[in-house]
Design a protein around this ligand. Structure first.
Ligand SMILES: Cc1cc2nc3c(=O)[nH]c(=O)nc-3n(C[C@H](O)[C@H](O)[C@H](O)COP(=O)(O)O)c2cc1C
Length: 233
């Protein structure tokens, strides 16, 4: 079913309030619009198709964020942006684990501590923007993953101990940039891909990357534009 909705920019206060431990601007819902009206798809339950943009970029003039936002513009679908640098995640210590296990045993999946996990599980597409740091990504992304990896919300285990995904999303984009040209995939993108495919059951994973940005004499603008051109194809 397709519906026409007219709006320019939609901010979602309720989502912000529903998520615990976040800063003022860390989450907002954005309808990126090319025209004055958008075609929004509705899913089978009748709610908006809503993508989730997980922004793990740290620098103000982040090149990774620039590419991710180019992608979002190309996708032209409403999305929720989660700025991880503005989130204050609870420490995952023994007390937190015990509380979480108790809530899960009691079936209290609506508890606010599961808000990030529920939001991730309900998103229609996932877009992660994360610069290449120390062969991987910024630690804040790992902190976020610790919040969303919740048995019973984003995945569950079969009696044989095999993870089964519980997420709605079918596709995940991973956008990254690196300073050099030695960019092995296994600790950054590869790790996210393994989690997505084996835990969340998101099979369609796309890597978007621009490398060599900090090499002396690099044509940074050209590298970024070439990447944007590939995104646009
Ligand atoms: C803490 C830190 C660690 C980094 N580690 C690497 C690395 O292991 N390999 C590499 O090629 N570049 C590394 N870089 C360079 C970044 O990958 C590069 O500048 C990237 O484009 C930054 O993305 P941004 O513009 O979105 O902030 C690192 C930069 C920082 C700040």
């Amino acid at each position: 079913m397709r519906n026409m909705i007219s709006c320019n920019r939609l901010y979602c206060e309720t989502d912000r309030n529903a998520l615990p431990f976040i800063g003022k601007k860390s989450t907002e819902t954005i309808c990126s619009m090319r025209d004055n009206a958008a075609n929004f798809d509705f899913n089978q339950k009748g709610s908006f198709i809503m993508n989730l943009y997980i922004d793990a970029c740290v620098r103000k003039n982040s090149r990774t964020r620039r590419l991710a936002e180019y992608l979002l513009n190309t996708l032209n679908a409403p999305y929720i942006r989660l700025r991880l640098e503005e989130c204050i995640f609870p420490e995952v210590d023994e007390e937190f684990l015990e509380k979480r296990n108790r809530l899960l045993r009691e079936g209290d999946f609506e508890n606010p501590i599961f808000a990030y996990a529920r939001q991730f599980a309900q998103a229609d597409e996932i877009i992660i923007a994360a610069p290449f740091w120390d062969l991987s990504f910024p630690a804040v992304l790992k902190s976020y993953l610790e919040q969303i990896n919740v048995v019973g919300i984003t995945f569950r285990y079969t009696p044989e101990g095999i993870p089964e995904g519980l997420c709605r999303a079918k596709r995940l984009y991973y956008v990254t940039t690196a300073g050099g040209e030695f960019v092995p995939e296994q600790y950054g993108f590869g790790y996210i891909k393994a989690l997505a495919q084996s835990f969340y059951h998101i099979k369609d994973i796309e890597l978007i990357k621009a490398t060599g940005l900090d090499i002396e004499g690099a044509s940074v603008e050209k590298i970024l534009r070439d990447c944007e051109e590939k995104i646009g194809r």
